[in-house]
Write a protein of this length. Sequence first.
Length: 454
Amino acid sequence: MTANISPDRVAELTKSMEEALRLRTRRSGEFVEEAKQVLPSGVASSFQENSPHPIYIVEGQGSKVTDLDGNEYSDFHNGFGVMVVGHAHPVVAAAIAETAKKGTHFAAPNEGSVTVARELSRRFGLPKVRFSNSGTEATLDAIRLARAFTGKDGLIKIEGSYHGHHDAVMVSVHPDPEKMGPRAHPISVPQSAGIPQALLDMTVVVPFNDPDALDAALTANNDIGTMIIEPIMLNIGVVPPNDGYLQAVREITRKHGVILIFDEVKTGATVAAGGAVEKYGVAPDLVALAKATGGGTPIGAVLGTEEIMAQISEGTVAQIGTFNGNPLTMAAAEATLLSVLDADAYVGLDRIGGRILAGCQDVCDRYGLPAYAVGVASKGCVMFASDHVVDYRSYVEHFDDSLNYLGWLYHMVNGVYMTPGADEQWTLSVMHSDAEIDHYVAVFEEFARDITNG
Protein backbone atom coordinates (compact mmCIF):
# COMPACT_ATOMS: atom_id res chain seq x y z
CA MET A 1 0.00 0.00 0.00
CA THR A 2 1.38 3.41 -0.99
CA ALA A 3 1.74 5.90 1.86
CA ASN A 4 -0.11 9.20 1.80
CA ILE A 5 2.71 11.76 1.76
CA SER A 6 1.74 15.35 2.45
CA PRO A 7 3.33 17.92 0.09
CA ASP A 8 3.23 20.40 2.97
CA ARG A 9 5.20 17.96 5.12
CA VAL A 10 7.76 17.50 2.35
CA ALA A 11 8.10 21.28 1.93
CA GLU A 12 8.50 21.76 5.69
CA LEU A 13 11.20 19.08 5.97
CA THR A 14 12.97 20.41 2.87
CA LYS A 15 13.19 23.89 4.36
CA SER A 16 14.50 22.50 7.65
CA MET A 17 17.11 20.23 6.03
CA GLU A 18 18.28 22.95 3.64
CA GLU A 19 18.95 25.17 6.63
CA ALA A 20 20.76 22.36 8.44
CA LEU A 21 23.00 21.77 5.40
CA ARG A 22 23.58 25.49 4.98
CA LEU A 23 24.76 25.80 8.60
CA ARG A 24 26.83 22.63 8.39
CA THR A 25 28.66 23.96 5.31
CA ARG A 26 28.81 27.65 6.19
CA ARG A 27 32.40 28.13 4.95
CA SER A 28 31.50 26.75 1.51
CA GLY A 29 28.57 29.16 1.39
CA GLU A 30 30.87 32.07 2.16
CA PHE A 31 33.61 30.92 -0.20
CA VAL A 32 31.30 30.55 -3.18
CA GLU A 33 30.61 34.29 -3.08
CA GLU A 34 34.33 34.92 -3.38
CA ALA A 35 34.64 32.31 -6.13
CA LYS A 36 31.92 34.02 -8.18
CA GLN A 37 34.30 36.90 -8.75
CA VAL A 38 36.26 34.74 -11.19
CA LEU A 39 34.11 31.65 -11.89
CA PRO A 40 30.55 31.80 -13.25
CA SER A 41 28.35 30.60 -10.36
CA GLY A 42 31.55 30.05 -8.40
CA VAL A 43 32.23 26.60 -9.90
CA ALA A 44 34.34 25.08 -12.68
CA SER A 45 31.41 23.20 -14.27
CA SER A 46 27.69 23.85 -14.17
CA PHE A 47 27.20 20.27 -12.95
CA GLN A 48 28.84 21.36 -9.68
CA GLU A 49 26.05 23.79 -8.82
CA ASN A 50 23.54 22.69 -6.21
CA SER A 51 21.27 24.09 -3.49
CA PRO A 52 21.60 25.59 -0.99
CA HIS A 53 25.12 26.29 -2.37
CA PRO A 54 28.05 24.35 -3.88
CA ILE A 55 30.07 22.41 -1.31
CA TYR A 56 33.83 22.58 -1.73
CA ILE A 57 35.79 19.38 -1.16
CA VAL A 58 39.37 19.59 0.13
CA GLU A 59 40.41 15.96 0.55
CA GLY A 60 39.49 12.36 -0.22
CA GLN A 61 40.86 9.18 1.34
CA GLY A 62 39.48 5.75 0.53
CA SER A 63 35.68 5.92 0.70
CA LYS A 64 35.61 9.28 2.51
CA VAL A 65 35.78 12.95 1.51
CA THR A 66 36.17 16.07 3.63
CA ASP A 67 34.65 19.47 2.85
CA LEU A 68 35.87 23.02 3.46
CA ASP A 69 34.15 23.08 6.86
CA GLY A 70 35.92 19.89 7.98
CA ASN A 71 32.86 17.66 7.65
CA GLU A 72 33.68 14.08 6.71
CA TYR A 73 31.32 12.08 4.49
CA SER A 74 31.09 8.56 3.12
CA ASP A 75 31.36 9.32 -0.58
CA PHE A 76 28.62 7.85 -2.75
CA HIS A 77 29.07 10.64 -5.33
CA ASN A 78 32.59 9.50 -6.23
CA GLY A 79 33.37 12.27 -8.66
CA PHE A 80 30.31 11.72 -10.86
CA GLY A 81 31.14 8.03 -11.05
CA VAL A 82 34.87 8.29 -11.65
CA MET A 83 36.29 7.04 -8.35
CA VAL A 84 35.31 3.36 -8.33
CA VAL A 85 38.85 2.72 -7.06
CA GLY A 86 38.24 5.04 -4.09
CA HIS A 87 40.19 8.19 -3.29
CA ALA A 88 43.99 8.22 -3.17
CA HIS A 89 44.16 4.46 -3.71
CA PRO A 90 47.75 3.59 -2.75
CA VAL A 91 48.42 1.58 -5.92
CA VAL A 92 47.09 4.29 -8.23
CA ALA A 93 48.70 7.12 -6.27
CA ALA A 94 52.07 5.34 -6.31
CA ALA A 95 51.86 4.81 -10.07
CA ILE A 96 51.15 8.50 -10.66
CA ALA A 97 53.88 9.64 -8.28
CA GLU A 98 56.51 7.36 -9.79
CA THR A 99 55.64 8.49 -13.30
CA ALA A 100 55.63 12.17 -12.31
CA LYS A 101 59.26 11.85 -11.20
CA LYS A 102 60.17 11.00 -14.79
CA GLY A 103 58.21 13.82 -16.43
CA THR A 104 54.53 14.62 -16.68
CA HIS A 105 54.03 15.36 -20.37
CA PHE A 106 55.80 14.85 -23.67
CA ALA A 107 53.08 14.77 -26.37
CA ALA A 108 54.89 11.71 -27.65
CA PRO A 109 54.10 7.97 -27.67
CA ASN A 110 54.68 6.01 -24.47
CA GLU A 111 54.60 2.33 -23.55
CA GLY A 112 51.81 2.81 -21.03
CA SER A 113 49.31 3.76 -23.72
CA VAL A 114 49.95 0.45 -25.48
CA THR A 115 49.45 -1.51 -22.25
CA VAL A 116 46.19 0.25 -21.44
CA ALA A 117 44.91 -0.06 -25.00
CA ARG A 118 45.59 -3.82 -24.96
CA GLU A 119 43.62 -4.21 -21.73
CA LEU A 120 40.67 -2.16 -23.00
CA SER A 121 40.65 -4.13 -26.25
CA ARG A 122 40.59 -7.38 -24.25
CA ARG A 123 37.76 -6.19 -22.01
CA PHE A 124 35.48 -4.81 -24.72
CA GLY A 125 36.33 -7.08 -27.65
CA LEU A 126 37.22 -4.29 -30.09
CA PRO A 127 40.69 -4.37 -31.66
CA LYS A 128 41.70 -0.72 -31.95
CA VAL A 129 41.85 2.09 -29.37
CA ARG A 130 42.56 5.82 -29.47
CA PHE A 131 42.78 7.99 -26.36
CA SER A 132 41.42 11.44 -25.54
CA ASN A 133 40.81 13.30 -22.30
CA SER A 134 37.09 13.24 -21.49
CA GLY A 135 33.80 11.58 -22.26
CA THR A 136 32.82 14.51 -24.45
CA GLU A 137 35.92 14.01 -26.59
CA ALA A 138 35.32 10.25 -26.74
CA THR A 139 31.75 10.58 -28.06
CA LEU A 140 32.81 13.37 -30.41
CA ASP A 141 35.53 11.13 -31.92
CA ALA A 142 33.15 8.17 -32.16
CA ILE A 143 30.48 10.14 -34.02
CA ARG A 144 33.03 11.65 -36.41
CA LEU A 145 34.43 8.20 -37.20
CA ALA A 146 30.96 6.79 -37.79
CA ARG A 147 29.85 9.67 -40.01
CA ALA A 148 33.01 9.40 -42.08
CA PHE A 149 32.63 5.63 -42.45
CA THR A 150 29.01 5.75 -43.65
CA GLY A 151 29.21 9.03 -45.54
CA LYS A 152 25.94 10.07 -43.90
CA ASP A 153 25.54 13.13 -41.64
CA GLY A 154 22.32 12.05 -39.89
CA LEU A 155 22.55 10.96 -36.24
CA ILE A 156 20.00 9.18 -34.06
CA LYS A 157 20.10 9.36 -30.27
CA ILE A 158 17.91 8.48 -27.33
CA GLU A 159 15.57 11.09 -25.91
CA GLY A 160 16.76 12.06 -22.42
CA SER A 161 20.35 10.86 -22.78
CA TYR A 162 23.48 12.96 -22.23
CA HIS A 163 26.59 12.23 -24.30
CA GLY A 164 28.83 15.18 -23.45
CA HIS A 165 28.70 18.85 -24.28
CA HIS A 166 29.67 19.03 -27.95
CA ASP A 167 27.03 20.50 -30.24
CA ALA A 168 26.05 17.30 -32.06
CA VAL A 169 24.69 15.63 -28.89
CA MET A 170 23.35 18.58 -26.87
CA VAL A 171 19.95 17.64 -28.23
CA SER A 172 16.89 16.53 -26.22
CA VAL A 173 18.96 15.84 -23.12
CA HIS A 174 16.29 17.13 -20.73
CA PRO A 175 13.72 18.52 -23.14
CA ASP A 176 10.83 20.57 -21.81
CA PRO A 177 7.75 18.30 -21.99
CA GLU A 178 5.86 21.12 -23.71
CA LYS A 179 8.46 21.24 -26.49
CA MET A 180 9.37 17.60 -27.07
CA GLY A 181 6.43 16.76 -29.35
CA PRO A 182 4.51 13.48 -29.67
CA ARG A 183 6.09 10.13 -28.84
CA ALA A 184 5.73 8.92 -32.43
CA HIS A 185 7.67 11.93 -33.76
CA PRO A 186 9.76 13.58 -31.02
CA ILE A 187 11.12 17.05 -31.69
CA SER A 188 14.87 17.61 -31.43
CA VAL A 189 15.18 20.21 -28.67
CA PRO A 190 18.45 22.11 -28.04
CA GLN A 191 19.84 21.71 -24.52
CA SER A 192 21.61 25.06 -24.64
CA ALA A 193 21.70 28.30 -26.52
CA GLY A 194 24.35 28.29 -29.22
CA ILE A 195 23.40 24.97 -30.87
CA PRO A 196 23.10 25.53 -34.65
CA GLN A 197 19.73 24.68 -36.17
CA ALA A 198 21.55 22.71 -38.86
CA LEU A 199 22.75 20.23 -36.23
CA LEU A 200 19.28 19.90 -34.76
CA ASP A 201 18.00 19.11 -38.24
CA MET A 202 20.59 16.32 -38.55
CA THR A 203 19.61 14.69 -35.24
CA VAL A 204 16.61 12.41 -34.76
CA VAL A 205 15.58 11.32 -31.26
CA VAL A 206 13.69 8.18 -30.25
CA PRO A 207 12.54 6.79 -26.88
CA PHE A 208 14.66 4.26 -24.95
CA ASN A 209 13.44 0.66 -24.73
CA ASP A 210 11.36 1.02 -27.91
CA PRO A 211 12.89 -0.93 -30.81
CA ASP A 212 9.83 -0.37 -33.01
CA ALA A 213 10.28 3.42 -32.75
CA LEU A 214 13.93 3.03 -33.72
CA ASP A 215 13.11 0.86 -36.73
CA ALA A 216 10.43 3.31 -37.88
CA ALA A 217 12.74 6.31 -37.52
CA LEU A 218 15.53 4.67 -39.51
CA THR A 219 13.08 3.55 -42.18
CA ALA A 220 11.82 7.13 -42.55
CA ASN A 221 15.29 8.73 -42.57
CA ASN A 222 17.70 7.36 -45.15
CA ASP A 223 20.34 9.97 -44.30
CA ILE A 224 21.08 8.51 -40.84
CA GLY A 225 24.30 6.52 -40.62
CA THR A 226 25.08 6.72 -36.89
CA MET A 227 23.35 5.82 -33.63
CA ILE A 228 24.68 6.65 -30.17
CA ILE A 229 23.12 5.12 -27.07
CA GLU A 230 23.82 4.63 -23.39
CA PRO A 231 23.21 0.88 -22.90
CA ILE A 232 21.86 1.77 -19.45
CA MET A 233 20.25 5.20 -19.25
CA LEU A 234 22.12 7.01 -16.48
CA ASN A 235 20.95 10.55 -17.03
CA ILE A 236 17.54 10.03 -15.40
CA GLY A 237 18.54 7.94 -12.42
CA VAL A 238 19.05 4.34 -13.57
CA VAL A 239 16.97 2.90 -16.40
CA PRO A 240 18.19 -0.55 -17.49
CA PRO A 241 17.40 -1.92 -20.95
CA ASN A 242 14.41 -4.22 -21.19
CA ASP A 243 15.22 -7.85 -21.92
CA GLY A 244 16.25 -8.15 -25.56
CA TYR A 245 16.23 -4.39 -26.24
CA LEU A 246 19.95 -3.97 -26.89
CA GLN A 247 19.99 -7.07 -29.05
CA ALA A 248 17.12 -5.58 -31.07
CA VAL A 249 18.99 -2.26 -31.40
CA ARG A 250 22.00 -4.16 -32.76
CA GLU A 251 19.87 -6.04 -35.29
CA ILE A 252 17.95 -2.95 -36.42
CA THR A 253 21.04 -0.78 -36.87
CA ARG A 254 22.77 -3.54 -38.79
CA LYS A 255 19.71 -3.96 -41.04
CA HIS A 256 19.76 -0.25 -41.89
CA GLY A 257 23.54 -0.02 -42.31
CA VAL A 258 23.87 2.25 -39.27
CA ILE A 259 27.03 2.35 -37.14
CA LEU A 260 26.17 1.61 -33.48
CA ILE A 261 28.04 3.49 -30.75
CA PHE A 262 27.76 2.45 -27.11
CA ASP A 263 28.38 5.45 -24.87
CA GLU A 264 29.99 3.62 -21.95
CA VAL A 265 31.43 6.73 -20.34
CA LYS A 266 29.43 5.90 -17.19
CA THR A 267 29.07 2.12 -17.50
CA GLY A 268 32.59 1.25 -18.66
CA ALA A 269 34.63 -0.20 -15.75
CA THR A 270 31.70 0.30 -13.35
CA VAL A 271 29.04 -2.32 -14.14
CA ALA A 272 31.51 -5.05 -15.22
CA ALA A 273 35.12 -5.33 -16.34
CA GLY A 274 33.93 -4.99 -19.93
CA GLY A 275 31.09 -2.62 -19.14
CA ALA A 276 27.68 -3.11 -20.71
CA VAL A 277 29.26 -4.96 -23.65
CA GLU A 278 30.17 -7.74 -21.25
CA LYS A 279 27.04 -7.39 -19.11
CA TYR A 280 24.56 -7.75 -21.96
CA GLY A 281 26.61 -9.59 -24.57
CA VAL A 282 25.94 -7.10 -27.38
CA ALA A 283 28.81 -5.96 -29.61
CA PRO A 284 28.59 -2.40 -30.99
CA ASP A 285 30.82 -1.01 -33.74
CA LEU A 286 32.31 1.67 -31.49
CA VAL A 287 32.56 2.23 -27.73
CA ALA A 288 33.23 5.55 -26.00
CA LEU A 289 34.91 5.39 -22.58
CA ALA A 290 36.03 7.87 -19.92
CA LYS A 291 35.38 8.47 -16.18
CA ALA A 292 36.28 5.38 -14.10
CA THR A 293 38.66 4.06 -16.78
CA GLY A 294 41.36 6.51 -15.70
CA GLY A 295 41.30 5.94 -11.95
CA GLY A 296 40.66 9.62 -11.21
CA THR A 297 42.68 11.23 -14.00
CA PRO A 298 41.23 12.94 -17.10
CA ILE A 299 40.74 10.26 -19.74
CA GLY A 300 38.68 9.41 -22.77
CA ALA A 301 38.93 6.60 -25.29
CA VAL A 302 37.21 5.39 -28.42
CA LEU A 303 37.36 1.70 -29.29
CA GLY A 304 36.33 0.37 -32.69
CA THR A 305 36.51 -2.23 -35.40
CA GLU A 306 39.54 -2.54 -37.68
CA GLU A 307 37.63 -1.09 -40.65
CA ILE A 308 36.29 1.98 -38.88
CA MET A 309 39.49 2.79 -37.01
CA ALA A 310 41.56 2.35 -40.19
CA GLN A 311 40.26 5.78 -41.20
CA ILE A 312 42.60 7.27 -38.61
CA SER A 313 45.66 5.42 -39.92
CA GLU A 314 44.75 6.37 -43.48
CA GLY A 315 44.44 10.02 -42.53
CA THR A 316 40.82 10.41 -43.64
CA VAL A 317 39.67 11.08 -40.06
CA ALA A 318 41.63 13.37 -37.75
CA GLN A 319 41.85 12.16 -34.16
CA ILE A 320 44.28 14.41 -32.33
CA GLY A 321 44.95 15.96 -28.95
CA THR A 322 47.99 17.31 -27.15
CA PHE A 323 47.23 15.38 -23.95
CA ASN A 324 46.03 12.14 -25.58
CA GLY A 325 47.81 9.24 -23.88
CA ASN A 326 49.39 11.51 -21.27
CA PRO A 327 51.87 9.44 -19.19
CA LEU A 328 50.25 10.32 -15.84
CA THR A 329 46.84 9.26 -17.10
CA MET A 330 48.19 6.08 -18.64
CA ALA A 331 49.98 5.18 -15.40
CA ALA A 332 46.78 5.69 -13.42
CA ALA A 333 44.69 3.75 -15.95
CA GLU A 334 47.16 0.86 -16.04
CA ALA A 335 47.17 0.59 -12.25
CA THR A 336 43.38 0.86 -12.15
CA LEU A 337 42.62 -1.73 -14.81
CA LEU A 338 45.39 -4.25 -14.14
CA SER A 339 45.88 -4.02 -10.37
CA VAL A 340 42.74 -2.63 -8.71
CA LEU A 341 39.64 -3.39 -10.79
CA ASP A 342 40.32 -7.09 -11.18
CA ALA A 343 37.82 -9.96 -11.13
CA ASP A 344 37.60 -9.95 -7.33
CA ALA A 345 36.82 -6.21 -7.35
CA TYR A 346 33.75 -6.77 -9.52
CA VAL A 347 32.57 -9.62 -7.31
CA GLY A 348 32.80 -7.20 -4.40
CA LEU A 349 30.99 -4.40 -6.25
CA ASP A 350 28.19 -6.78 -7.23
CA ARG A 351 27.86 -7.86 -3.60
CA ILE A 352 27.68 -4.42 -2.00
CA GLY A 353 25.56 -3.18 -4.90
CA GLY A 354 23.06 -5.92 -4.11
CA ARG A 355 23.24 -5.08 -0.40
CA ILE A 356 22.34 -1.41 -0.82
CA LEU A 357 19.57 -2.17 -3.32
CA ALA A 358 18.01 -4.77 -1.03
CA GLY A 359 18.20 -2.42 1.95
CA CYS A 360 16.64 0.52 0.13
CA GLN A 361 13.94 -1.62 -1.46
CA ASP A 362 13.03 -3.00 1.95
CA VAL A 363 12.58 0.56 3.24
CA CYS A 364 10.44 1.47 0.22
CA ASP A 365 8.23 -1.56 0.82
CA ARG A 366 7.84 -1.18 4.60
CA TYR A 367 7.00 2.52 4.44
CA GLY A 368 4.90 2.37 1.29
CA LEU A 369 7.04 4.87 -0.58
CA PRO A 370 6.17 5.66 -4.20
CA ALA A 371 9.69 4.57 -5.11
CA TYR A 372 11.87 1.59 -5.97
CA ALA A 373 15.58 0.74 -5.85
CA VAL A 374 17.36 -0.11 -9.09
CA GLY A 375 20.97 -0.54 -10.13
CA VAL A 376 23.73 -2.58 -11.73
CA ALA A 377 26.88 -3.39 -9.73
CA SER A 378 28.41 -0.11 -8.51
CA LYS A 379 25.66 2.03 -10.07
CA GLY A 380 22.27 2.50 -8.46
CA CYS A 381 19.64 4.80 -7.01
CA VAL A 382 16.20 5.04 -5.54
CA MET A 383 13.78 6.07 -8.26
CA PHE A 384 11.12 8.25 -6.67
CA ALA A 385 8.48 7.26 -9.19
CA SER A 386 4.93 6.00 -8.88
CA ASP A 387 5.54 3.52 -11.71
CA HIS A 388 8.63 1.98 -13.28
CA VAL A 389 10.55 4.35 -15.53
CA VAL A 390 11.48 2.85 -18.90
CA ASP A 391 12.33 6.01 -20.86
CA TYR A 392 12.46 9.79 -20.57
CA ARG A 393 8.72 10.29 -21.06
CA SER A 394 7.78 7.91 -18.27
CA TYR A 395 10.40 9.65 -16.11
CA VAL A 396 8.74 13.02 -16.74
CA GLU A 397 5.33 11.50 -15.98
CA HIS A 398 6.16 9.59 -12.81
CA PHE A 399 9.33 10.97 -11.18
CA ASP A 400 8.97 13.11 -8.03
CA ASP A 401 11.90 15.52 -7.88
CA SER A 402 10.78 17.01 -4.56
CA LEU A 403 11.16 13.66 -2.76
CA ASN A 404 14.44 12.98 -4.52
CA TYR A 405 15.86 16.34 -3.45
CA LEU A 406 14.73 15.88 0.14
CA GLY A 407 16.33 12.42 0.21
CA TRP A 408 19.57 13.99 -1.03
CA LEU A 409 19.43 16.58 1.76
CA TYR A 410 18.93 13.89 4.42
CA HIS A 411 22.00 12.03 3.26
CA MET A 412 24.18 15.13 3.02
CA VAL A 413 23.22 16.31 6.51
CA ASN A 414 23.93 12.84 7.89
CA GLY A 415 27.42 12.42 6.47
CA VAL A 416 26.67 10.73 3.15
CA TYR A 417 28.04 12.67 0.19
CA MET A 418 25.67 12.22 -2.74
CA THR A 419 25.60 13.43 -6.33
CA PRO A 420 23.35 16.49 -6.63
CA GLY A 421 20.53 16.48 -9.14
CA ALA A 422 17.50 14.34 -9.86
CA ASP A 423 19.20 12.71 -12.83
CA GLU A 424 22.11 11.15 -10.95
CA GLN A 425 22.83 7.95 -9.03
CA TRP A 426 25.24 6.59 -6.47
CA THR A 427 28.56 5.07 -7.48
CA LEU A 428 30.07 2.59 -5.04
CA SER A 429 33.82 2.04 -4.75
CA VAL A 430 35.99 -0.91 -3.85
CA MET A 431 36.75 0.97 -0.61
CA HIS A 432 33.17 1.04 0.72
CA SER A 433 32.47 -1.09 3.78
CA ASP A 434 29.29 -2.92 4.71
CA ALA A 435 28.91 -0.48 7.61
CA GLU A 436 28.85 2.46 5.20
CA ILE A 437 26.27 0.72 3.01
CA ASP A 438 24.12 0.06 6.07
CA HIS A 439 24.49 3.68 7.21
CA TYR A 440 23.23 4.87 3.83
CA VAL A 441 20.16 2.64 4.21
CA ALA A 442 19.63 3.78 7.81
CA VAL A 443 19.58 7.44 6.73
CA PHE A 444 17.16 6.55 3.95
CA GLU A 445 14.90 4.90 6.53
CA GLU A 446 15.03 8.03 8.71
CA PHE A 447 13.90 10.03 5.68
CA ALA A 448 11.11 7.53 4.94
CA ARG A 449 9.92 7.58 8.56
CA ASP A 450 9.81 11.38 8.68
CA ILE A 451 7.89 11.91 5.45
CA THR A 452 5.29 9.24 6.24
CA ASN A 453 4.68 10.26 9.88
CA GLY A 454 3.76 13.89 9.19
